[in-house]
Design a binder for this molecule. Structure first.
Ligand code: PGA
Length: 242
């Protein structure tokens, strides 16, 4: 089944989150032919978990620690997220990599911790520069993917999100042909045992372009950011899946 996961990033109060979550529940998007997840900031997880209970919509977080517990001020562990009702956690997002210096080794350690806690991981990979030629682009993505992938990875516990950094929040997207071709390449980079893994696309997915992206060959869903902050646009993205 395809996956549409909304990355709320650092947005919203408890009241905003409740309103948004209720809008999604009313639209019954958790009861369609597509898996739906929403990933609010940490303080909003518990309230959203209560609001979406029984709706079929899954809860996700945007990061977790590579450690289970201990003296890690400011961090949040994977078991804590599991305890809150999270099914998913986004790891290796380019904003974490750029703003918090996360490298592939750390992402891999976080993945291992997330899998151990029973969370499914949405692992983000993608090149920074739109002008990167095709060859180096593939080399870069292959390296990022294989270096970040934890040994605990299975088809069931992981989804890859191809997110070209230049497309995030910019309103730009690669062409449908480029998206299909890089998704096929990503499948080729994965070990044979992981060939059936879902590869979703992220980077300026909106209600207006979702139909053309989420139904492409090799595209198993989407990870919208900005467009997941309004119920109407997120619902339209979910409904774009044929
Ligand atoms: P965007 O963000 O849809 O706002 O471009 C996507 C993401 O960063 O996951």
């Amino acid at each position: 089944m395809k996956l549409i996961a909304g990355n709320w990033k650092m947005n919203g109060t408890r009241a905003d989150a409740l309103k948004l979550a209720q809008g999604l529940v009313v639209a019954e998007i958790g009861k369609r032919n597509v898996e739906v997840a929403i990933c609010p900031p940490f303080p909003l997880l518990e309230g959203v978990a209560a609001a979406i209970k029984g709706s079929g919509i899954h809860l996700g977080a945007q990061d977790c620690s590579s450690f289970e517990a201990g003296a890690y001020t400011g961090d949040v562990s994977a078991p804590m997220l599991k305890d809150l009702g999270c099914a998913y956690v986004i790891l290796g997002h380019s904003e974490r990599r750029a703003q918090h210096g996360e490298n592939d080794a750390l992402v891999k350690a976080k993945m291992t911790a997330a899998h151990k806690a029973g969370l499914k991981v949405i692992l983000c990979v993608g090149e920074k520069d739109a002008r990167m030629p095709e060859g180096p682009r593939r080399v870069f993505i292959k390296s990022q993917l294989l270096q970040s992938l934890a040994p605990s990875t299975s088809v069931e516990n992981t989804v890859i999100a191809y997110e070209p950094v230049w497309a995030i929040g910019s309103g730009l997207t690669p062409s449908p042909e480029q998206i299909s071709s890089i998704h096929a390449a990503i499948h080729g980079f994965l070990p044979a045992a992981l060939d059936a893994m879902r590869v979703i696309y992220g980077g300026s997915v909106k209600a207006d372009n979702a139909l053309d992206i989420v139904n492409l060959a090799g595209v198993d869903g989407a990870l919208p950011g900005g467009a997941s902050l309004e119920a109407e646009s997120f619902v339209r993205i979910v409904k774009a899946v044929k």
